[in-house]
Design a protein around this ligand. Sequence first.
Ligand code: AKB
Length: 321
Amino acid sequence: MSENILVIGSCGQLGTELVESLRKIYGDANVIASDIRQSDDAIFKQGPFETLDILDKNKLSEILTQYKPTQVYHLAALLSATAEAKPKLGWTLNMDGLFNVLDAAIDFKIGKVYWPSSIAVFGPNTPVNNTPQNCVMDPNTIYGISKQAGERYCEYYFQKRGVDVRSIRYPGLIGYKSAPGGGTTDYAVSIYHDALTAGKHNCFLSENTELPMLYMPDALKATLDIMHAPADKIKIRSSYNLSGMSFAPKEITKAIQKYIPEFTTEYNPDKRQAIADSWPNSIDDAEARQDWGWQPSYNLDTMTKDMLVNLAPTYGKTLSL
Ligand code: AKB
């Protein structure tokens, strides 16, 4: 059967790169990008784009009636820092957006739904090192609470309503093609831009704050792998732990200094420090490896090299590392 794929929240950090990957696999015309507003990225001119506020059920129905997608990737959400600043909107967008998609999956007989969860589902009483799939989960941010409730809803809709919904708990995502927005892990993207421009970075987390992270090519691979796996391989219908690498700001600084020795970082923790402090240092992803063959390809050094080489031309520089 030919696939027709709707990506909701397509203009964010992950969506922009996911639309590009999906269009390479399924063809430009078969991947419908949608977001509350269009971005200037060239990928969105290559195929259908629909303006969609995911809280607008009627517009969602119109789009589903028109394109009859076989798969939906629902990425629209407020991330951790923004949801703390706008808690009511964070809760409404993250929860009602998911309900609208899960209900539409039943009404429009959508074959598969992808919805991202996050390491934000963990909290201060969660084991911090090698955090297991199942453990104490006491998120203390609006974003984390919404993601944990969303995981329960996804599992419920799979078990009770037969929706084939799949999900990954993303760590911080790092890539050079699109910018993150409103997250606690965002520093790990801007630090590379600063290394190539100002030569110094003002970090909003303290130097020893270790967090789980994932390079975008690995994030895309994981997302496509879980969606392409046979349904019986997906044993967890809440959301899978997923690990790539873990590092603290002082370690990414050191990794950059290997290639740009004069680079420095200053540490001025702000409100985001408390969010980071409630999250794990590292993640145990044994279930993802076992159930659908997950394996990351990048570590801090190989990611750093790739980020610097690929970002350099944006700033009129050439690096061959
Ligand atoms: C955030 O920092 O809010 C996100 C996440 C870890 O889900 N990048």
